[in-house]
Design a protein around this ligand. Sequence first.
Ligand SMILES: O=c1ccn([C@@H]2O[C@H](COP(=O)(O)O)[C@@H](O)[C@H]2O)c(=O)[nH]1
Length: 232
Amino acid sequence: MHDPRVIVALDYDNKDTALAFVDKLDSSLCKLKVGKEMFTLFGPEFVKALIAKGFDVFLDLKFHDIPNTVAKACRAAAELGVWMVNVHASGGLPMMQAAKEAIATSSNPQTKLIAVTVLTSMDEAQLADVVSGVTPEQQVLRLAALTEKAGLDGIVCSAQEASALREKHSDDFLLVTPGIRPVGADAGDQKRVMTPPDAMKAGVSYLVMGRPITKAEDPIAVLKAVNASING
Ligand SMILES: O=c1ccn([C@@H]2O[C@H](COP(=O)(O)O)[C@@H](O)[C@H]2O)c(=O)[nH]1
C-alpha cells in the first residue's frame, strides 16, 4: 500500500475550514497532523472524524509529565485510533518506557510512538538558553539515542540532523521532520529548515508541513507539487 510521506499540519482555528480542506484530499496524498490548537478547540471527536475519513492521524500533543500521567495520556491517544502520538524525549527514559508500555497494552498497540528532540524553531542560541555547551545536532543525537534505548519508533527532529542520525540509526527508526520549506517559502518561526527533496535525500521518513500548504492560495496544488518533487 502507498505510504504518503507528507504529514499536513492542520493548524486551523476553524473546524469547518479544516474539514473543507480535508474533503479535497484523499489519504493517498498525505497523512494529517492534529496539534495543540485544534485538539484544544475541537477535542477527540475531531480526531475521530478524520480517522473515519480514512486518514492516518498523527496526534502531536508532545506529552511531557511524570511517567504515570504520560502513560495514561498515550494509552488514551492510542485508544482514539491515531496512527502516531508523541512525547518529549527530555521527559527521560522511565517516562518514555511507561508510554511505550501503555500503548503496547492498549486496544491499539500498533500506534507509533515517537519523541520530540529539539524543536525546529530553536537555533543554537535559543538552545543555549536551556542547555549549555551543545549544538542542536549534538543534543538531537543524544536524545535520539535515549529514545531508541526506550524502544520508541523514532523521533521528531529537523531534517538538518537527518544525515548524522542515519549514521547511527537504521532506516526503521523514524525521523519525522517539521521545518520543511519549499524553495522561496517563508520560514516564519522555523529556524532549522530544509526543502522537501533535500530532506528526503538526507534520510527523513516523514515531512511535516503546515503553513506552506495550508496558507497557500491553492493548497492541493502545493501538496501535489511537493509529492511530485519527492516521488519523481
Ligand atoms: O520541532 C517541532 C515539533 C513540532 N512542530 C509542529 O509542526 C508543524 C509545523 O508547521 P509549519 O506551519 O510547517 O511551520 C506545527 O504544527 C508545529 O507545531 C514543529 O514545527 N517543530
